[in-house]
Design a binder for this molecule. Structure first.
Ligand code: UD1
Ligand code: UDP
Length: 378
């Protein structure tokens, strides 16, 4: 084959953060491949912000985001647009990460055009199709068509084997999100809250399953924590979705020492995680990143497709019940032994070399002379 053309498809903030290291790794081999970055534009500001952190701009942007968009609406617009882009650009290989609708549709568009699809962050499962919704479906559907599965951990590989995926097509790489977080961690100075000498609770919540009452319960628990501990600053990085804000603002708008902020740009957010005493989140990516800095995470969900942090003892599933969220956070804020047990800097999710492993495996699949690399041994 002449120099193959590889298209990475992104649409949301985590797509950008986890795909960027792979784009950059492939672009370090310009003699072996041409690498294009396609964006559905499922997100706008949050996507642009995340790509900018890596100095990347899409080669093609479908710009599909609409306020209040539906899953069907994003899916139709992305499928039509990606199909057209694939017809025109004729990639030899298509890649996308994780479980977003952009990723599922990228895999489907590649399948319809019989282009091999490489799935980054493959094999995570909760086993419950409705949780997270629709992400569990998106991830499983991408696995059906994938020609190569880049599993971040051995556990993820086991899930794929249980679904009878071809073992020779599965590579344990580590999570490319860890490559990203390590690359940006040293870049920004630590200048969060210079006048606050006390503890900081960092919060993100955006999952569909948590919209409405679960998010209201989380917000009430946060308010009680801010009222109880007068050295505690509660920093909430608010997702851009108006549905999330409509719940959080009325409950937390006038809470003491509570900062409701626009989502900080990625490198700044990483510094915020490093400043945190404790993180409460329903985000997938944040669950993976925080252990790299030894910051305990309470996961605001009933299930997680990322059990490794829970097993390592750095994360705990607490759900969204107000009393439970309040009590679990209070315990860590009051009991130094319980806190110390969780505040271990371990990274069960990767060693920062996932993108290079992924790039080499893709290039070899495409018949290029790239080195054979060892899997990540976790
Ligand atoms: C999407 C993903 C979810 C991922 C999350 C990361 C799907 C089905 N969901 O959920 O898996 O965890 O991204 O953040 O793929 N908005 C803006 N500006 C932005 C981004 C979003 O205004 O930059 C608003 C828009 O009103 C948009 C709404 O947020 O309609 C929802 O965005 P959408 O991508 O549909 O869902 P997310 O909840 O962001
Ligand atoms: N993030 C960010 N700014 C924020 C909140 C999160 O840059 O205000 C980063 C975070 O470090 C992680 C990613 O966004 O890398 C996670 O995205 P999100 O929580 O939106 O999606 P998920 O991982 O749950 O799919």
């Amino acid at each position: 084959m002449a120099k193959p053309r590889i298209a990475l498809v992104v649409g949301t903030r985590p797509d950008a953060i986890k795909s960027a290291p792979v784009v950059l790794a492939l672009r370090r081999h310009p003699e072996l491949c041409e690498t294009l970055l396609l964006s559905t534009g499922q997100h706008r500001e949050m996507l642009d912000q995340a790509l900018a952190a890596f100095g990347l701009q899409p080669d093609r942007d479908l710009g599909i985001m609409k306020p209040g968009q539906s899953l069907a609406g994003i899916s139709c617009a992305a499928l039509e647009g990606l199909d057209r882009a694939m017809e025109e650009l004729r990639p030899d290989y298509v890649m996308a990460q994780g479980d977003t609708t952009t990723t599922f549709i990228a895999s489907l568009a590649a399948f319809y055009r019989r282009i091999p699809f490489g799935h980054i962050e493959a094999g995570l499962r909760t086993g419950d199709l409705m949780n997270p919704f629709p992400e569990e479906f998106n991830r499983r559907a991408a696995a059906i068509v994938a020609a190569q599965h880049f599993a971040p951990t051995r556990w993820a590989k086991e899930n794929l084997l249980a679904e009878r995926c071809d073992p020779s097509r599965i590579f344990v790489t580590g999570n490319t999100g860890i490559d990203a977080v390590l690359a940006v961690a040293e870049r920004e100075p630590q200048n969060w809250f210079p006048d606050h000498k006390g503890r900081v609770l960092v919060v993100t919540t955006h999952r569909r399953e948590n919209w409405g009452e679960p998010q209201a319960a989380i917000a009430r628990a946060l308010r009680r924590l801010a009222e109880r501990y007068d050295d505690l600053l509660v920093a909430v990085a608010m997702h851009r979705n108006p549905i999330v804000r409509e719940t959080l603002l009325p409950i937390l708008g006038d809470a003491p020492r509570t900062v409701l902020m626009e989502p900080p740009e990625y490198a700044r957010f990483v510094k915020l995680m490093q400043r945190a005493t404790l993180i409460l989140t329903d985000s997938g990516g944040v669950q993976e990143e925080a252990p790299a800095f030894g910051v305990p995470v309470l996961v605001l969900r009933e299930t997680t497709e990322r059990p490794e942090g829970v097993q390592a003892g750095t994360a705990k599933l607490v759900g969204t019940d107000e009393e439970r969220v309040f009590a679990e956070a209070a315990r860590l804020l009051e009991d130094p032994l319980a806190y110390a047990a969780m505040a271990q800097a371990v990274s069960p999710y990767g060693d920062g070399k996932a993108a290079e492993r992924t790039a080499c495996a893709v290039l070899r699949f495409l018949g290029q002379n790239a080195p054979e690399v060892d899997e990540w041994a976790h």
